[in-house]
Design a protein around this ligand. Structure first.
Ligand code: F6P
Length: 524
């Protein structure tokens, strides 16, 4: 390739034409729009309706997006991923998260499946043999070794009876671990130390503090209280954490794509192995849809391309994800890592600068978010495309209140899309301009018939594939994260300074902050 890819003029022309037509007009002109721009995916015990009709596009745009996706080699890249080719080029690795949950050749070859599932029997054994005296699980990990299992556990807590309590510790902020162990009895607690590299400072420091907590509570057989999950079992002994059982995960499964791996052992310890298998099953169903469905009906492909269209051609710098479900409250945080760590890049896979890549992903849970930041979504100067996620069947104890929740979700996408003009607002002439909302603000609604463990898995897999599709369109390698390294190195250096070994070479701002911190710090 001679330089960064440029967007076809046809797509740019189409994007410009959307300056002249609003969602109101598009809906008025086409009575079939909602049906034509929606797709339904069956997921075993539930269904998913994805409504793209409130996005600023039409059938012509969808056709042009699919044609450009073909030009960008989307299908070839997807097939390369399924075949286990080293599509993570900067690290020379295959990308095999689909293989972990695959049951047939469609989404992973037999060899890949065998490799990826090698630790499966260990996982089952750990879950089956953990003594019943262990009633608390504390999962220690950060990023991909935390966000996925934390999201899944939070969701499953409303769907399956808990077999053990599960808590999560991620931050090196000492309060994180202090709070997680509050009220727990040491002899009934197991720590799951999750780290793909088994070299992450936060995780290893927290694990060592867990050793101290157990020891000071009089626990003698420490190894009975530690399970490790890692792609580098050879590093466990050197870590100083007395681990009794080690579960492995493949190097070819990226941290933020690892929720279906042994990283989620805490899900199985908390809610049973079958619950984790159901989540994986939902992921597999979405994988099969991603691989099998024609592109025009392929929800992750359409979802990915529409996000790319909004960010690249319509210039939207952020995207908000709003689950209307208490149990999906952690979804925005999970997606921030998945999407921004994957595609938050300015250099394409061939080393050329790219003009646009991942928008900022943010969000909050509905309806709380409505009473916090929706003012900006409705009347702010910037357009923020939204993903609304909900389910028709209540998880809580009142279907009527759940209906109100979902009515709010529908109302928000309606208000964003169609707004209200000053004339429609009526009343005091001076206030009309303040009370009007412009509309023409895009959103996608993802509505599940009910939220089951399968639905949760399918939702996560959908976003994994969306992220992959967008990475292909921007031409970036979605599977490395070199950008986080510099900060880690500098933190290690500053840690030395704080311990009294000056490393020197700091800028004057950082040196001043360091100095002030040293003066103010009171040892505990
Ligand atoms: O620093 C970023 C990162 O490497 C993420 O990609 C990863 O999910 C997280 O840190 C934790 O890494 P590990 O699982 O190796 O501890």
């Amino acid at each position: 390739m001679s330089g960064a890819r440029s967007v076809p003029t046809e797509l740019s022309r189409l994007a410009e034409s959307f300056g002249d037509i609003s969602l109101r007009q598009m809906f008025a002109r086409d009575a079939n729009r909602a049906v034509a721009l929606s797709r339904v995916v069956p997921l075993g015990d539930c269904q998913l309706l994805v409504d793209f009709s409130k996005q600023r596009l039409n059938a012509e745009v969808v056709g042009a997006l699919l044609a450009y996706a073909n030009e960008c080699g989307l299908i070839q890249r997807r097939n390369d991923m399924v075949a286990g080719k080293a599509i993570n080029t900067t690290e020379n690795r295959a990308v095999t998260h689909m293989a972990i949950r695959a049951t047939g050749d469609t989404t992973a070859s037999a060899t890949l499946r065998a490799d990826a599932q090698a630790s499966e029997h260990e996982l089952r054994d750990v879950v089956a043999t953990l003594p019943s005296s262990i009633t608390h699980v504390v999962s220690i990990g950060i990023g991909g070794s935390d966000l996925g299992p934390a999201l899944v556990c939070d969701a499953l807590a409303a769907m399956r009876p808990a077999q053990r309590t599960v808590r999560f510790v991620s931050n090196i902020d000492p309060l994180d671990l202090d709070r997680a162990v509050q009220g727990l009895t040491a002899r009934h607690t197991v720590f799951v130390v999750c780290s793909k590299t088994f070299g992450t400072t936060e995780t290893l420091s927290n694990a060592r503090r867990a050793v101290t907590w157990l020891t000071s509570a009089g626990v003698r057989q420490l190894s009975d209280h530690f399970i490790a999950v890692t792609a580098h079992p050879e590093r466990v002994a050197a870590s100083g954490v007395p681990v009794g059982r080690v579960l492995t995960m493949p190097e070819s499964v990226g941290g933020r794509f690892s929720v279906s791996s042994s990283v989620s052992v805490s899900v199985a310890l908390g809610f049973g192995i079958d619950a984790l298998l159901e989540v994986r099953d939902g992921m597999r169903l979405m994988d099969e849809h991603f691989v099998d469905a024609p592109l025009i009906d392929n929800v992750p492909v359409l979802h990915g391309l529409i996000g790319w269209w909004n960010a690249t051609l319509l210039g939207d710098a952020t995207v908000a994800v709003i689950p209307y479900s208490r149990v999906l409250a952690l979804l925005p945080a999970y997606l921030q890592q998945l999407m921004m760590e994957s595609n938050g890049k300015s250099i394409d896979a061939d080393g050329h600068p790219v003009a646009t890549a991942s928008p900022v992903v943010w969000g909050g849970v509905g309806t709380n978010a409505q009473h916090a930041f929706f003012q900006l979504l409705h009347q702010g100067p910037q357009t923020v495309p939204c993903d609304f996620v909900g389910h028709s069947t209540a998880l809580g104890s009142s279907s009527d209140d759940h209906d109100v929740l979902i009515a709010n979700m529908f109302a928000q996408s309606q208000a964003l899309a169609f707004g209200v003009t000053p004339d429609e607002v009526g009343g005091d002439a001076k206030l009309r301009v303040h009370r009007a909302t412009p509309g023409n603000r895009p959103s996608t609604t993802l509505l599940f018939s009910q939220l089951t463990p399968r639905a949760v898995g399918a939702l996560i897999a959908l976003y994994e594939h969306t992220t992959f599709v967008q990475g292909v369109m921007w031409g970036v390698n979605s599977f490395d994260q070199w950008g986080v390294e510099l900060g880690k190195q500098l933190a290690a250096k500053l840690e030395q300074d704080m311990k009294g070994t000056p490393t020197g070479g700091h800028d004057t701002s950082t040196a001043r902050l360091l100095d002030q911190h040293r003066q103010w710090r009171k040892p505990r």
